[in-house]
Design a protein around this ligand. Structure first.
Ligand code: T4K
Length: 411
């Protein structure tokens, strides 16, 4: 629910909130406000599923959702799941990954947890600072006799280097899975994300470009793998009484599929809004020294779902964390995805206390990156106001720094 914030100071003073002004936004502006789509159509779908009294377990909306996704991604199979984390767990298990799997540390912790949850060791690989994606040049040095696979992540919807990763995986006999949680409706090399590696996992969480409330899916061209994953998501049942695998409950329900279908109907509009917001941010931020908008230039097709800044303190006069506090005071809830990096989260920091020695680019990136709100809850006027906060903060950096409390996680 949007939170109402008391207006105590005249908003016309033009003063930053950290310097005593009124917050620029009366309600909190979040990263990840869901895109909703056509409510009337969503209600119709809810009526349909209630009339059918078929609420989960491979229902008609789930099947329609899977078929539409498979057509759009040009893959043979899409297996819908309850969320991307469980989808990653099922995909890695169905692929037979064990021992060690190489993953970037610069990702949402679910990528690593999906492995650790199954007693598979995530081996953290550094990223290319230009793309924020796993650096294929560093993958090979991490391969040991226990390595069974690689998980590449298409961070921010910018495709990982699928050619180099594919080459390493096939030459070294490794499984290759992609965490495509950010990359629905993206493409590279003339192919949609979803068709690379052995399989790719999407997230349809509320905060994602395409959302089903909670949800995820695995896309693959491998018939046998798809069949295994379908069994595993339903406890391993191959019929009413016959269980053929260890399984879990990874099923997507009909309510989620109804939301997912409604979201899918509207993706062109969502991309257009994200793209307009992204270019408005680009124009407004261009003049602010030390703040760079991470570009989607050169990406063949993307969803523009993340607005990510890199902050160069030497030029802004403020750290990324100080800028975050400035924004939080204005009710802009900018996020430090993926601070501090998986390797510095538990249990990994205890298991691998020296992992950071091999992750210099990741450790630098996690101190610089700030994610801003976009999506259909944001328009160009909001972008303009938000960027003028950043401009004012940088112009008045020494005074802002003195006004900020010495410590704190955000505002
Ligand atoms: N791999 C990658 C690379 C991922 O980024 C993710 C998830 C996954 C795997 C796993 O996918 P899932 O298992 O979730 O399908 C959020 C999301 O929860 C998470 O899905 C996402 N990545 C990650 C990047 O961001 P948090 O901890 O920031 O979540 P949350 O729920 O606090 O949402 C962020 C903000 O969005 C909130 O502060 C307010 C706003 N919000 C959120 C919800 C749920 C709304 O306005 N409305 C809402 O309904 O992780």
């Amino acid at each position: 629910m949007p939170e109402r914030v008391e207006q105590t100071i005249d908003r016309e003073t033009g003063q930053l909130a950290v310097l005593g002004g009124t917050p620029a936004f009366a309600e909190r502006l979040h990263v990840g406000r869901p895109n909703i789509g056509d409510r009337a159509r969503l209600r119709e779908r809810f009526d349909d599923l209630l009339d059918r009294r078929w609420l989960t377990n491979d229902g008609p909306f789930v099947q329609e959702f899977e078929q539409r996704l498979a057509r759009m991604l040009a893959v043979r199979h899409v297996v819908a799941m309850c969320n991307a984390t469980v989808a990653l767990e099922i995909a890695t298990r169905a692929l037979g990954m064990t021992g060690e799997v190489i993953v970037p540390s610069f990702t949402f912790v679910a990528t690593a947890h999906a492995l650790q949850w199954q007693q598979i060791t995530p081996v953290f690989c550094d990223v290319d600072p230009a793309t924020h994606n796993i650096d294929p040049a560093r993958v090979e040095a991490l391969i040991t006799p226990r390595t069974t696979g690689i998980i590449g992540v298409h961070v921010w919807g910018r495709p990982a280097d699928v050619t180099a990763l594919g080459e390493i995986a096939s030459r070294r006999g490794l499984r290759l899975l992609y965490d495509a949680a950010h990359a629905f409706a993206c493409a590279t090399g003339g192919r949609m994300i979803g068709s690379f590696g052995d399989a790719e996992v999407f997230s349809f969480h509320a905060t994602k470009f395409l959302n089903s409330g909670e949800g995820g899916a695995v896309a693959t061209n491998d018939d046998a793998l798809a069949e295994r994953m379908r069994l595993m998501r339903n406890f391993g049942f191959a019929g009413y009484d016959q269980v053929v695998y260890v399984g879990t409950n990874g099923k997507m329900g009909e309510l989620s599929a109804a939301m997912g279908l409604t979201s899918l109907d509207a993706i062109d509009e969502f991309v257009a809004v994200n793209r307009a917001n992204h270019s408005a941010y680009g124009a407004a931020l261009a003049e602010i020294p030390g703040i760079t908008l991470v570009p989607y230039d050169g990406v063949e097709r993307t969803n523009y779902q993340y607005v990510v800044l890199e902050v160069e303190e030497a030029e802004t006069g403020l750290t990324r964390d100080e800028l975050q506090r400035v924004l939080w005071a204005e009710n802009v809830m900018a996020r430090r995805y993926f601070y501090p990096g998986c390797h510095l989260m538990e249990p990994y920091r205890t298991y691998f206390p020296h992992a950071g020695l091999l992750l210099p680019e990741t450790e630098r990136l996690v101190t610089r990156v700030l994610t801003l709100p976009t999506g259909t809850a944001v328009d160009e006027a909001v972008v303009g106001r938000l960027c003028s906060i950043l401009r004012m903060a940088v112009e008045d950096a020494p005074r802002v720094r003195r006004a900020l409390p010495a410590t704190g996680d955000g505002a």
